[in-house]
Design a binder for this molecule. Structure first.
Ligand code: AMP
Length: 397
């Protein structure tokens, strides 16, 4: 599905207009309540600055977390507004409601090149329900809708799809960038094209695997999902995570890779523990002999070398999902080894958001990658060839 025919912010006259700008500021915070990764904010700046330079009046909106449709201070967007004001030095007026009196007053008094930010959209359950009346009220704040929330593009919510029924609707620069990059590697990759998939479950990535098997030269599978493949090969996998109803499918996928001459790699060794805990005792064992009572929680050193070697000569790399429980230090080695191997490969590299992007960020390697996506779920949907409803809803050129 190509969306490059959707109107962008450059295809519409926004000079002096009031613009509802949907961003994805669903960002992580550390234990002290400070923003721990601001990339989704900084990636929105190109669109914001373009609007400011064109004297638009900006009504900024986003969701944050899953507050269950009611006000909950810990999901307030106030810290994001503070980040604009204090760290980025961009003045943002914050409204403590979404469609209430405060927002209405601020929106009607907005001047050219001024920005206001609505409180968390998901403080209203109508947002995720894509409620028509709620969408109409949001739309009433503006003359034009600009969507730049790539991270939420796979969701049909009131602020992503509903509002497009009431306003001329275009995409911002981040959505254009994310989709162009992903489409360029899916449609015309430089070869060899190597994809690395990890994460907990095969079931979440079946569509992605099937789609990628048509396109890649090498498919590397690590993380929890690899154990279902090992099970399909008849290996003993101890208490490792395994989807027993997907074992036959895993065997079919490996047979299909063989038919298509796609090199298919799974771990040859693993760091295993006795319990699913960051403090479990652990050791390294071969893939065909994980002892009873032990579970694979990361790829082992021989696998790191095997996977890194496969990445060395790649011209295009696409990576989505960690190689183990990377949020625990003891089991983060494999994931970090992939970060380094991808960076050193010199390939055109796309990191598909979520945990893999977090690992790249943690090692300070963002600049060494060609593209680190701001949307895990949305980039997976693109990789599967699925529709992104929020982009599909925008005006065609
Ligand atoms: P996903 O959201 O599908 O990309 O999966 C990410 C999650 O997979 C992370 O929270 C990891 O902790 C988890 N994960 C990765 N490897 C394993 C494993 N070997 N066993 C259990 N969970 C894993």
């Amino acid at each position: 599905m190509s969306y490059l025919n959707r109107k962008t912010i450059e295809d519409i006259d926004i000079k002096g207009k009031q613009v509802l700008l949907r961003c994805d500021f669903n960002i992580p915070f550390d234990k002290n309540g400070n923003i721990s990764d601001a990339r989704r904010i900084t990636e929105s700046l190109k669109t914001i600055n373009y609007l400011l330079n064109n004297k638009a009046k900006i009504v900024l909106c986003s969701h944050l977390g899953r507050p269950n449709g009611e006000f909950d201070e810990k999901f307030s967007l106030k810290p994001v507004a503070d980040y604009f004001n204090k760290i980025l030095n961009i003045k943002v007026k914050f409204s403590n409601d979404v469609i209430g009196e405060n927002s209405k007053a601020l929106a009607s008094s907005l001047k050219e090149s001024e920005i206001m930010m609505l409180e968390n959209l998901r403080f209203h359950k109508e947002e995720t329900e894509n409620d028509v009346e709620f969408a109409k009220k949001l739309a009433s704040f503006a003359e034009i809708f600009v969507n730049d929330a790539f991270g939420t593009a796979h969701r049909a919510h009131a602020s992503t799809v509903g509002v497009t029924n009431f306003l001329p609707s275009v995409c911002g620069f981040l959505i254009v960038k994310e989709i162009s990059v992903m489409m360029s590697v899916l449609e015309n990759p430089r070869r060899p094209f190597v994809a690395v998939l990890g994460g907990a479950k095969v079931s979440d990535k079946i569509g992605v695997i099937e789609n990628l098997l048509e396109k890649v030269d090498t498919l590397i599978v690590g993380g929890g999902m690899a154990y279902t493949f090992m099970n399909a090969l008849g290996y003993s996998i101890g208490t490792s995570i395994c989807e027993s109803d997907k074992v036959t499918l895993a065997a079919d996928i490996m047979a299909c890779a063989k038919d298509k001459l796609v090199k298919f790699l799974i771990p040859v060794d693993n760091r295993v523990g006795t319990e699913y805990s960051p403090s479990t005792e652990f050791k390294t064992v071969q893939s065909d002999s994980i002892p009873e009572g032990w579970m694979g929680l990361d790829i082992g050193p021989k696998t790191e070398a095997l996977f890194s070697d496969a990445l060395k000569d790649a011209a295009t790399v696409l990576w989505n999902g960690p190689m183990g429980v990377a949020e625990w230090e003891k089991f983060s080695n494999g994931t970090f080894a992939i970060v380094k191997a991808v960076a050193e490969s010199g390939a055109f590299s796309i990191i598909g958001g979520g945990d893999s992007a977090a690992a790249v960020e943690k090692l300070g390697y963002v600049d060494k990658m060609s593209h680190v996506s701001t949307g895990g779920g949305a980039s997976l949907a693109l990789l599967e060839g699925k529709e992104l409803p929020a982009v599909a809803a925008l005006n065609v050129k």
